[in-house]
Design a protein around this ligand. Sequence first.
Ligand code: NAD
Length: 252
Amino acid sequence: MKRLTGKTAIVTGGASGIGEATVRLFVEHGAKVVIADIDEQLGQALAEELGEMTVFQYMDVSIEEDWTAAVTKAQTLGTYNVLVNNAAILHMSSIIDTSPEEYMRIIEVNQLGTFMGIRSAIEPMKAAGIGSIINVSSVDGLHSSAGLGAYSSSKWAVRGLTKSAAIELGQYGIRVNSVHPGGIYTKMGGADRTSEKDMNRTYYAKHPIPRVGQPLEIAYVSLFLATDEASYSTGSEFIADGGWLAGLRDPD
Ligand code: NAD
């Protein structure tokens, strides 16, 4: 059964990782999708592979004009009614070793980018009378760790912004929710540095579900939120973290 027939989505950071899995799943369920990313090579290749249901749009989520272009592109595909604010960057460094410029770049992409995405979706989704905005935060938007001051600040902000937007936009039929992945096997999640087997043997061994997550396991959460099945969910947090926030099996 196709669950997204009649939906047209923008997925930022759609060229790889969780964004790519989201694009693939949305298309499988009948959505038209703008793959919006700074990685032209991967984004174009994915759009070519998936065919006429998708189009690639170069965009840096921290640039307002790029949002205007992405929304225009979505409107050429269909009625723009789903936004997945997924693109983000990670900076792992102690506060003392993080410069204000490095801090601000994280905020620009992860936080301001999400803000501008929501802002640019309001008028088209109001006109459509329906919309779902899915903001990908993190477990680090609910707790934090040493070395994640900048990233965690931005992900907490995404969660707060989600609630504000939900309160403002529910009356127009626009739902806004945040998704909170735990450790997922992507480039950001360390796939370029550590094998999945090593991760499962070490870091994830103590997690309630003792393995790293897969991008598709987050894409399925966004799929639910994008459908009309989620029609009474707004301003909420959807966690898929293998039980991480519940606690570790052997904290020592
Ligand atoms: P990834 O690094 O594998 O993919 C991110 C994608 O975003 C890439 O295609 C990249 O080119 C794109 N991107 C980066 N900066 C951009 C910009 N300025 N404008 C547009 N696109 C840009 O990351 P991922 O693991 O797939 O992460 C996706 C989302 O999930 C992020 O919001 C991330 O914070 C969140 N998340 C990931 C994990 C994890 O363990 N992987 C955990 C919690 C939350």
